[in-house]
Design a protein around this ligand. Structure first.
Ligand code: AGP
Length: 611
């Protein structure tokens, strides 16, 4: 997510802007910039890379003034570059933006027809030109901003500096967060609380559609009709780091709570007329119809998303899928047909094993595609086709929201493949897309709310040296990711095992009190998983069953603890993601109860850029 800071006061704003951007850097970014209203007008300095690059540039391009805006960019439209960095300028104004303007292409087309030229690939520049076009018409900053706001679809938090009003800052938002704060001599806007803590602990959360006008220590709030609006001031007693976590105890918990929002943010832009549409050459209907086999290549959690996708794609589209551990894939001579799709999945887009596997496939002249969370990352740049997820920066080493949006994107790909091969009607495709966009995020939110029951489960795990996850079909695959989550942040040994395979040897490890977490999302396989539960219970296991709503209605689940996981339908694919959220929460609560460093577990890095 991008970070915004703005200041209007009596002192030089540059230190405030840079300090605010530094505090907001935890949100993840790939470029930064500031714009300052000085004696000779508004000057912008911006640079690709970390804040140090911006500070270096400021040494040779110094700016100063008492009003200004700053921005750290997390690229969504256009790779990281100086030109795509914010702030963006258009004629009469300079602005910064956080969010995604979904209809920016149509707005840009209209503006080009009006004679505007674009120097960046960003949706933000379209917003700047749009406001400029209206400001030139009416000379009224509020009216210009509101007219543009009516036209922009999607999400935005905007900080706007009109060049002919150098002491005044305008701010408005829809979707993306923005707060406004005040001291005795100045006023500020910021994307998040940490940025204002050095100056004040009081702030106002700017409501959607309300315009904030900051002029020195004076702030006014008004609505679209120009009517003054009174807003409640809030006070925070967090320290900076707690504020960066949004008040959550750990980033991992914050990121699990973000799952409903980022799932919607990922899926919505890929739907046209209710059907999935990636707008990427290798993923259009024609290309997908001809795919004879899919090879999914990834590491860790990303690879586990691929395992789930294999269940879905083979069932719905009847396309053979192999899922490969990237480091192993490189270690053998894979057989790749010219009509094969090789799909790389990577949150960071910088994982060395995945990247080297990509390069191996490209060297074979086979088309490559990638599902990546970080715009402009190496995997994204080197793959022939790339589909971006929109989880935003994932700070915790243990991947949670990134996995959820990877799976959601893979579900859309499943539907595309099934449609392209005539194995799914458009009606059913629309139904599934609606469920994915609306119902699954809701089920995830309801699952997160089961925190008390999950804390009880965690209390039964935290003292045990060995934990098993069992399931059949997709449930076995979910167990694989669940066990990784538990292992990597609790350091407890956990193993996922196909429920039907336990009796062929591994069940010998089950003894009195061994926790076994049984996952049941598949109605058709439930009876067999119940049999496996009975098998392990007869050997003394302590069984925790994670059962999708409805499955336990007409059958006895002989578990010691039963967690009913909310789901919007009886189809297993609908229950998969809320179930994984429950597994993530179990891992999180166990590690938290153990007092471990949940966000930075020992021995691990967020992006494994070494082979
Ligand atoms: C996930 O919890 C792990 N931290 C790790 O397995 C990770 O998924 C793996 O290293 C792949 O990372 P990537 O998605 O950035 O390529």
């Amino acid at each position: 997510m991008c970070g915004i800071i703005g200041f209007s006061g009596e002192t030089d704003c540059v230190p405030v802007l840079l300090g605010g951007l530094d505090t907001l850097s935890y949100r993840g970014y790939d470029s930064a910039g500031i714009a300052v209203a000085g004696v000779s007008g508004v000057h912008t300095v911006k640079a690709k890379g970390k804040l140090d690059a911006l500070k270096e540039k400021l040494k040779t391009h110094p700016v100063s003034g008492s009003t200004g805006i700053g921005h750290t960019r997390w690229a969504t439209h256009g790779a990281p570059s100086d030109e795509n960095s914010h702030p963006h300028t258009s004629g009469t104004l300079t602005l910064v933006h956080n969010g995604i303007i979904e209809n920016y292409a149509a707005i840009a087309e209209k503006l080009r027809a009006l004679g505007y030229t674009f120097v960046s690939e960003t949706d933000t520049e379209a917003a700047a030109h749009l406001i400029d076009s209206y400001y030139r018409e009416n000379g009224d900053p509020a009216a210009a901003i509101y007219r543009a706001a009516q036209e922009m679809h999607g999400s935005y938090a905007l900080g706007v500096l009109f060049h002919d009003r150098p002491n005044t800052l305008y701010a408005i938002r829809k979707g993306s967060p923005l707060i406004v704060a005040q001291t005795d001599s100045a006023s500020l806007i910021a994307s998040d609380i940490p940025a204002i803590l050095p100056y004040t602990r009081s702030y106002v959360r700017l409501p959607e559609g309300i315009l904030a006008v900051l002029d020195g220590a004076e702030i006014s709030f008004s609505d679209e009709n120009g009517s003054e609006v009174a807003l409640k001031t809030e006070t925070v007693d967090w320290d900076v780091e707690a504020a960066q976590r949004g008040g959550y105890a750990h980033f991992m918990l914050k990121e699990i709570h973000e799952e409903p929002e980022v799932l919607r943010a990922t899926v919505a832009p890929y739907l046209k007329d209710g059907l999935p549409h990636f707008d990427v050459p290798g993923f259009d209907g024609g290309a997908l119809a001809g795919v004879e086999r899919i090879h999914i290549v990834a590491c860790g959690t990303a690879m586990h998303a691929g395992l789930l996708a294999r269940q879905w794609i083979e069932a719905e589209a009847r396309v053979p899928v192999t899922v490969e551990i990237a480091s192993e894939f490189r270690g053998r001579e894979p057989i790749l047909g010219e009509k094969d799709l090789v799909l790389f999945i990577s949150q960071s887009g910088e994982t060395a094993d995945t990247l080297e596997a990509l390069r191996l496939v490209k060297a074979r002249g086979v088309r490559t595609a990638a599902i990546v969370n970080v715009v402009g990352s190496t995997v994204a740049r080197e793959a022939d086709d790339v589909i971006y997820t929109r989880a935003g920066p994932e700070i915790a080493v243990a991947s949670t929201k990134a996995y959820i949006v990877q799976c959601a994107t893979l579900r859309l790909l499943t539907i595309c493949l099934a449609l392209a091969r005539g194995r799914m009607t458009e009606e059913d495709a629309r139904r599934q897309c609606r469920i994915l966009l609306e119902d699954v995020p809701e089920s995830i939110a309801k699952t997160i709310a089961l925190a008390a029951e999950i804390e009880t489960i965690a209390s039964r795990l935290k003292t045990k040296p060995h934990i098993f996850y069992i399931g059949r079909g997709a449930d076995s695959v979910l167990g694989t990711e669940a066990s990784l989550k538990l292992k990597e942040i609790t350091y407890l040994h956990a193993e996922a095992y196909a429920a039907g395979e336990l009796k062929h040897g591994t069940i010998s490890l089950v003894e009195d009190g061994t926790p076994v977490i049984a996952i049941l999302t598949e109605e058709s396989l439930a009876e067999k998983t119940v049999s496996a539960i009975r098998e392990v219970k007869s050997r003394g296991a302590f069984v925790i069953a994670a059962v999708s709503e409805g499955i336990a209605e007409n059958r006895e689940i002989p578990s010691d603890l039963l967690l009913t996981v909310p789901t919007a339908g009886r189809e297993a694919w609908i229950a998969a993601l809320p179930t994984m959220t429950a597994m993530q929460m179990i891992a999180y609560c166990t590690a938290a109860q153990m007092g471990l460093d949940v966000d930075r577990p020992r021995n691990l890095a967020k992006s494994v850029t070494v082979e």
